[in-house]
Design a binder for this molecule. Structure first.
Ligand SMILES: Nc1ncnc2c1ncn2[C@@H]1O[C@H](COP(=O)(O)OP(=O)(O)OP(=O)(O)O)[C@@H](O)[C@H]1O
Length: 327
């Protein structure tokens, strides 16, 4: 079932530049120059129920602007958006009850109160019935293991604890759609993993559609089967992570560790040296040559360890952004 349908969506902002100084301020008042920023340009995509989609782009690509249009905070300049059958711009209460937004950098919890108070407030705002509320709360606190901090003032919580409670507050009404903006930002590795495990389980269990933006590639690789990439307001890729791997990864990386110091000249017969220093080297080799080159390396050099890997997802994505800029 289709949850989000975005068609030829664009958003432009009008803004003004302001020069410094009193004289310029007066000049600006009289002859203000209007500039137009096309933050989102003609993008189209569809997302089905239960999908866990990464929505990525470099800084200023238009991600927040798009998410704001999907949640009804901003009106599109042109094009259409349908979310769960609603036009988000109409901001119907019924629509607002069906989705949630979690922002890693912005809290929705009352700072001076225990989180349970904010969660309870959401129960009333979203009109969740007592039995459903109890069930949701028990499930979420159990999964996230936060019983012991429910009654602690939010300002006293660690970042990880707060993030988990943000998730509970957002999911207490069982939204069909969840927008997650940098949910693991600033968290330690162990807590990042716990949050990821929770999101994976929750998505599978409840078929909640999740749209995630994150700068951590581990979030994307572990959670999202599909990737929507935007750059400079335009859609540059929409597809499976594995397919992108196949299409982009025409080369593999060979990481070598040596038992003795190896000179650069000994490696120079191979094109694609990414890095070489004394006891280690990294080469980038076309896929079809990997077997032959590995055999030759093992025969010719004092190798302690050899590792053959795909190009990291992060690098593939960055090279997609670069390709787009070069067009
Ligand atoms: N109200 C506004 N007025 C003028 N320009 C704006 C406005 N809001 C956003 N922009 C511009 O639109 C572009 C896209 O912004 P947006 O916040 O959507 O990017 P983003 O992909 O979310 O970036 P980031 O990862 O840095 O948060 C940026 O160049 C930004 O400066």
């Amino acid at each position: 079932m289709e949850i989000i349908a975005v068609k030829e969506l664009s958003k432009s902002f009008e803004y003004y530049t302001k020069e410094l100084g009193v004289r310029n301020s007066i000049k600006n008042l009289l002859f203000r120059k209007t500039l137009i920023k096309e933050a989102v340009r003609d993008i189209s995509f569809r997302i089905d129920q239960g999908e866990f989609v990464a929505f990525l782009g470099p800084n200023g690509a238009g991600k927040t602007t798009t998410l704001k249009m999907l949640s009804g905070i901003l009106h599109p300049t042109s094009g259409s958006v349908s979310v769960m059958g609603y036009n988000p711009s109409e901001r119907k209460n019924e629509f607002k009850r069906k989705f949630a937004i979690v922002m890693g950098q912005k809290s929705q919890l009352w700072w001076d109160l225990p989180a349970i108070e904010s969660i309870l407030l959401n129960k009333y705002i979203y009109q969740v019935e007592d039995v459903a509320y109890r069930k949701s709360l028990d499930e979420l606190t159990e999964l996230l293991q936060v019983h012991h901090v429910m009654n602690v003032q939010v300002r006293r919580l660690s970042l990880g604890e707060r993030m988990k409670l943000e998730l509970i507050a957002s999911l207490i009404h069982k939204p069909q759609l969840l927008f997650l903006d940098e949910p693991t930002i600033g968290l330690d590795i162990e807590t990042q993993k716990k949050v990821r495990d929770f999101l994976k389980y929750y998505n599978e269990q409840h078929k909640t559609t999740i749209v995630l933006t994150s700068h951590y590639m581990k979030d994307i690789e572990d959670l999202c089967s599909r990737l929507i990439l935007i750059s400079d307001g335009q859609l540059i890729y929409d597809g499976n992570l594995k397919e992108m791997n196949g299409a982009m990864n025409q080369t593999k990386v060979i990481k070598l560790k040596f038992t003795e110091r190896v000179k650069l000249e000994q490696l120079q017969t191979y094109a694609g040296i990414r890095h070489a220093e004394d006891y280690q080297a990294t080469l980038e080799i076309p896929k079809e040559q990997v077997n032959a080159v590995s055999r030759e390396l093992l025969a010719r050099l004092p190798i302690e360890d050899i590792l053959i890997e795909d190009i990291p997802v992060e690098e593939m994505i960055v090279s997609m952004y670069q390709r787009k800029r070069a067009q």
